[in-house]
Design a binder for this molecule. Structure first.
Ligand code: ADP
Ligand code: ADP
Length: 225
C-alpha cells in the first residue's frame, strides 16, 4: 500500500471554522512531496490529522494501510515522524544521545539494539560526532538535524517536516537538503520556500481554502505561479 492515503477528509474546528473541505491525497512509498499554499489554507490542519493529533474529521487517513483511529494511535505515531518548525520543541534531554534514544526506548528497545538505532539515525544526519553533547551547545542548524534524527530513530513510514529550511543560513540549508535527499524514506514537507521545494520535491501539492487545488510536478506548478 502507499505510504499515505487521505480520502475525503473534512474538518471543522469547534468554533465552526471549516478548515478542510474534502481532501484526497495519495503519496507512494519513497516520494518526496512539498505541501505549499498561503497561510490559512489548511496545511497545519491536514498534517495534524496524519498522526491523529486531530481525529474528529470526516473521511479517512491511512498510513501504510493502517487507518488513523483512536485504537491505532500508538503505531500511527511511530509510523508518522513529525519534525516541528522549532527544534527546541523536540529536544529536551541533557545529551543528543538521550534525545534520540527517547522514542525508541519508549517502544521498548534496550541495549545494543537501542544504541544501533541512535547511532544510525545520527549518522544519517551527519551528527554522530555530537552524540555526547548537550543539544543547547549546538547551532540552530545542527539542532534541526538532531530533531530529524529523533524522528528517524523511530524508523517511520513517512517523515513530515514543517518549514525545514526556515531560519537556516545558506550552508545549513544546503547541508539539510543533501541529507533529506539521501534518506530512503517518504517525505512530506510543508514549506513556503519554493526554491527548496523545487530542489527537493519532484511533486508538490498546493492547498487553498481547505482543498488541494493543484497536485503535480513542482517545476510545472511553479511555472504557473
Ligand atoms: P495553514 O497551516 O495552511 O496556515 P491552518 O490549518 O493553520 O492553515 O488553518 C486553516 C484554517 O483553520 C484557517 O482558517 C485557520 O484560521 C483555521 N484554524 C486553524 N486552527 C484553528 C483553531 N484552533 N480554531 C479555529 N480555527 C482554526
Ligand atoms: P502555521 O504557521 O504552522 O500555519 P498558524 O500560524 O496557522 O500555524 O497557527 C499557529 C497556531 O494557531 C496553531 O496551533 C493553530 O491551530 C492556531 N490557530 C490558527 N488560526 C486560528 C484561529 N482562527 N483560531 C484559533 N486558533 C488558530
Amino acid at each position: 500500500s502507499p505510504s499515505l492515503t487521505v480520502s475525503r477528509l473534512a474538518y471543522a474546528y469547534p468554533d465552526g471554522t471549516q478548515a478542510l473541505y474534502g481532501v484526497d491525497l495519495t503519496i507512494e512509498r519513497g516520494e518526496r512531496v512539498a505541501l505549499l499554499g498561503p497561510n490559512g489554507a489548511g496545511k497545519t490542519t491536514l498534517v495534524m490529522h496524519l498522526n491523529g493529533i486531530l481525529t474528529a474529521g470526516h473521511g479517512t487517513v491511512e498510513v501504510a494501510g493502517l487507518p488513523v483511529r483512536a485504537d491505532t494511535l500508538r503505531e500511527i505515531r511511530r509510523r508518522v515522524g513529525l519534525v516541528f518548525q522549532d527544534p527546541d520543541d523536540q529536544l529536551f534531554m541533557p545529551t543528543v544521545r538521550e534525545d534520540v534514544a527517547f522514542g525508541p526506548a519508549n517502544l521498548g528497545l534496550r541495549g545494543a539494539e537501542l544504541d544501533r538505532r541512535v547511532r544510525d539515525a545520527l549518522e544519517r544526519v551527519g551528527m554522530l560526532d555530537a552524540i555526547d553533547r548537550p543539544p543547547h551547545h549546538l547551532s540552530f542548524g545542527q539542532r534541526r538535524r538532531v530533531a530529524v534524527a529523533t524522528v528517524l530513530a523511530m524508523e517511520p513510514e513517512i517523515l513530515v517536516l514543517d518549514e525545514p529550511s526556515s531560519n537556516l543560513d545558506p550552508a545549513s540549508r544546503r547541508e539539510l537538503a543533501e541529507i533529506l535527499k539521501s534518506l530512503d524514506v517518504t517525505v512530506l514537507m510543508v514549506t513556503h520556500d519554493l526554491p527548496y521545494a523545487l530542489e527537493l520535491c519532484e511533486r508538490s501539492l498546493v492547498m487553498s481554502e481547505g482543498v488541494i487545488a493543484a497536485d503535480g510536478p513542482t517545476r510545472a506548478l511553479l511555472a504557473d505561479e
